[in-house]
Write a protein that binds this ligand. Structure first.
Ligand SMILES: Nc1ncnc2c1ncn2[C@@H]1O[C@H](COP(=O)(O)OP(=O)(O)O)[C@@H](O)[C@H]1O
Ligand SMILES: O=P(O)(O)OC[C@H](O)CO
Length: 512
């Protein structure tokens, strides 16, 4: 509900995430006025495959937008724009005449295109992809997922070549539907989402025709690439058209880039890390495209209207919060995620155990799909409490490996790390993070930085905020952790961690 502190007008933002969709209404100070959220089904048809029903997602998006607006008690005239942020890389193809998806969306965690990526690597070479797109050839990204659909859904390639099929990451799917769907929906994406497809050339910010051809994705199915903050169209048609028709749809950013924006990392070198199911550390590198030699991704940070593109380096970790979920759901060692902290605090240290959660291989900085999880250093002494410590330390050490890679690639020392996401509720983890990074870790008042970033970009596009200086004034520190670990302990523990990482490699061979 609105109160005396939250007089309108407002900006709304949709976060279409991996496990849920939510909508938040923000006021001019970047404060949350109302939230609505709904989970969607995770579909696992085979080991390593992960799918979402794009129709269910669109239905949930409509429901949470209507829900947040109702909770805020506002009308269409109070909302000046709506922005979108989304789980990245997840790929959907749909028929533009009917609006029906041709298959479930293939989710970013899905590994079905591993063999295809290896084949492309042999035929085309890894270097070309890295050089032109900033990304390693991996099943994580959208291009190979689209190719898989075109090869495996009967008759789809012919329909695509006839011009009946549209490709999208979830931003495109949501925007097309929001702006009218089959009745003139806008088929667009923004530069940050496009930079995760393996199909966009990072230097020209356009689809790279040679790369599209090598991956086997016809350019005519791809959306128009636009900036992250501009009016793409207006809400029209359907249930939301009746309720909110005419509101400008004015931003799109991949969720990690939106968090960078919501954390006000507007200057070169500023870095944020988001601790959720996985963890994603992103550093603003300004107008420089930094080629990574240390295993990071080069990606687009954001582009505001016709201002210059801001690039970023990213370290992606596939398994962090999901390891805590695994301890709870598969192992039954805790009954809530928060309990991991209580259990870990019941002992002084990890008892010599190191847990490397390479459940779906290792992402940054290793990019090894042949790695699998390992608990190293086990003796009879180790208890479940030591394992709880090892679980939390796994997140901290994976972050440290990425921070080291960022220093190598950018030449900038990590001065402070801004954090957000569900795991930042864990004080022991945040202290461990400051200890292993040997740098302060800070958390802002508004932890919903992803939605906030999308709201900020939409607000800038329609003149609700005039510049990023206005936004910086909204950033307020809620908590800070400073390093306490001595250098000798840090060095010994890091060495042990790296030995454990080494033992995960090469578990999957070609026969398996
Ligand atoms: N107190 C806690 N300690 C450790 N992990 C936690 C804690 N609370 C939540 N988590 C983990 O954080 C994740 C949820 O964070 P969230 O930011 O909502 O993730 P996402 O946006 O990826 O769905 C879950 O994986 C959960 O296990
Ligand atoms: O939806 P999240 O928060 O799990 O984020 C997923 C990332 O965008 C994947 O690249």
């Amino acid at each position: 509900m609105t109160d005396a502190h939250t007089a309108g007008p407002f900006i709304a933002a949709i976060d279409q995430g991996t496990t849920s969709s939510r909508c938040i209404v923000f006021d001019r100070d970047g404060r949350i006025v109302a939230v609505d959220q709904k989970e969607h089904e995770q579909i696992f048809p085979k080991p390593g495959w992960v799918e979402h029903d794009a129709n269910e997602i669109w239905a949930n998006v409509q429901e949470v937008v209507a829900g947040a607006v109702a909770k805020a008690g506002v009308t269409r005239d109070d909302i000046k724009a709506i922005g979108i942020t989304n789980q990245r890389e997840t790929t959907v193809l749909w028929d533009k005449n009917t609006g029906e998806p041709v298959h479930n969306a293939i989710v970013w965690q899905d590994t079905r295109t591993d063999a295809l990526c290896r084949e492309l690597g042999r035929n085309v070479g890894q270097d070309r992809f890295r050089r032109e797109t900033g990304l390693p050839l991996a099943s994580y990204f959208s291009g190979p997922k689209a190719r898989w659909l075109l090869d495996n859904v009967e008759g789809l390639r012919e329909r695509a070549e006839a011009g009946d099929i549209l490709f999208g990451t979830m931003d495109s799917w949501v925007i097309w539907n929001l702006t009218g769907g089959v009745d003139g929906g806008r088929h667009v994406t923004d530069v940050t989402n496009a930079s995760r497809t393996l199909l966009m050339n990072l230097h020209t910010m356009r689809w790279d025709d040679k790369i599209c051809e090598s991956i086997g994705v016809p350019e005519r199915i791809l959306p128009e690439i636009r900036s992250s903050a501009e009016v793409y169209g207006e809400i029209s048609g359907g249930r939301l058209g009746e309720l909110l028709g005419g509101i400008p749809v004015a931003s799109a950013l991949g969720d990690q880039q939106a968090a960078l924006f919501g954390q006000c990392c507007f200057s070169e070198g500023e870095t944020k890390s988001t601790y959720g199911t996985g963890t994603f550390m992103v550093m603003n590198t300004g107008e420089k495209i930094i080629n990574s030699y240390a295993g990071l991704l080069t990606t687009v940070g954001y582009k505001i209207g016709d201002q210059p593109t801001v690039y970023a380096l990213e370290g992606s970790i596939a398994v962090t919060g999901s390891l805590v979920q695994w301890m709870r759901d598969q192992m039954g060692l805790i009954s809530t995620a928060a309990e991991i902290e209580t259990l870990a605090l019941s002992v002084e240290d990890n008892g010599g155990a190191y847990f490397v959660p390479a459940f779906s291989g290792l992402f940054a900085p290793h990019w090894r799909s042949d790695a699998r999880g390992v608990i190293a250093g086990l003796t009879r002494y180790v208890t479940k409490a030591h394992l709880a410590r090892a679980v939390l330390e796994a997140t901290a050490w994976q972050t440290r490996e990425i921070a080291d890679a960022m220093v190598k690639d950018s030449g900038d020392e990590l001065v402070t790390l801004k954090v957000d996401g569900g795991m930042t509720a864990n004080n022991l983890l945040m202290q461990t993070l400051a200890d292993v990074l040997d740098a302060p870790v800070v958390r802002p008042m508004v932890a919903e930085t992803t939605c906030l970033g999308a709201a900020y970009a939409a607000g800038l596009a329609v003149g609700f905020w005039s510049s990023t200086d206005d936004l910086r004034a909204n950033w307020r520190r809620a908590a800070e952790w400073t390093p306490r670990m001595d250098a000798e302990t840090r060095a010994r523990e890091y060495k042990n961690w790296l030995k454990a990482v080494d033992r995960t490699m090469g578990w999957i061979d070609d026969e398996s």
